[in-house]
Design a protein around this ligand. Structure first.
Ligand SMILES: [Zn+2]
Length: 235
């Protein structure tokens, strides 16, 4: 049995509208990383929806307050950001967060130390251990989390969904890059493409609804091989 964690960055509306009912239908849980300042704005979920998922056993975790690169800022700035989101979660009645996710996957030793000192047990980053992964804005393939190799404060993704990463890559990575004793962690952003353009090409870290459904159906058809848990469950 191999362990898989599905994470959803930013607390988007489609996490509640699409991911939550789909995962629930198959008996799976998932981890939503909420950035305090963005919750309730534009295409993000509201706190009461995050509370409903929390009550249903989904994990609502901390993704900072302002969602900026904190690597070049003072420790106090990150401490404040973590506390702000903790305060908003508490006010909404949501369980205290146990895990963290670095905004924009930006992480360094100073940032890891702050997250550790704030009482968090685990923090997810991106795919930085994978040499072939060079642009987080398109998604890509990373590596499985191996507690014997990686720091719990720099937990890598096996896959970040986006223009460069979809259902086919997900299945290949599960079959070839995930060994016993490791954890395959996947990062989703929006379920349903938000078109962005750069140099005349589309790019982004969103996935289509169809692609997402196929991933969940694959895990459901292979429940004898993969155990889908919340991020905090692997602490
Ligand atoms: Zn994010």
């Amino acid at each position: 049995m191999k362990t898989v964690v599905l994470t959803f960055d930013d607390g988007l509306r489609t996490h509640y509208d699409i991911a939550y009912p789909t995962l629930s239908k198959h008996g799976f849980k998932g981890t939503i990383f909420a950035s305090g300042e963005r919750i309730g704005c534009r295409d993000h979920s509201e706190w009461n929806k995050l509370l409903k998922m929390d009550k249903d056993g989904f994990e609502i975790a901390n993704h900072s307050y302002k969602h900026v690169n904190v690597c070049n800022e003072k420790a106090e700035w990150l401490q404040w950001q973590i506390k702000e989101t903790e305060g908003l979660m508490s006010a909404a009645g949501i369980s205290p967060p146990e895990t963290f996710c670095y905004p924009g996957f930006h992480v360094n030793e100073d940032v890891k130390k702050v997250v550790d000192e704030m009482g968090y047990k685990l923090a997810r980053s991106g795919c930085e251990y994978a040499m072939e992964f060079d642009d987080f804005q398109r998604g890509g393939s990373g590596c499985a989390y191996d507690p014997d190799v990686h720091s719990p404060f720099q937990v890598p993704c096996l896959g970040v969904f986006g223009d460069e990463y979809s259902y086919v890559d997900f299945v290949v990575d599960l079959q070839t890059k995930l060994q016993d004793g490791q954890v395959g962690i996947f990062c989703f952003h929006n379920i349903g493409i938000r078109i962005k353009e750069r140099d005349g090409k589309t790019f982004g870290v969103d996935s289509s609804v169809e692609d997402f459904m196929k991933c969940i159906e694959y895990l459901s058809q292979n429940k004898d091989k993969y155990n889908v848990v919340n991020f905090r469950d692997i602490i």
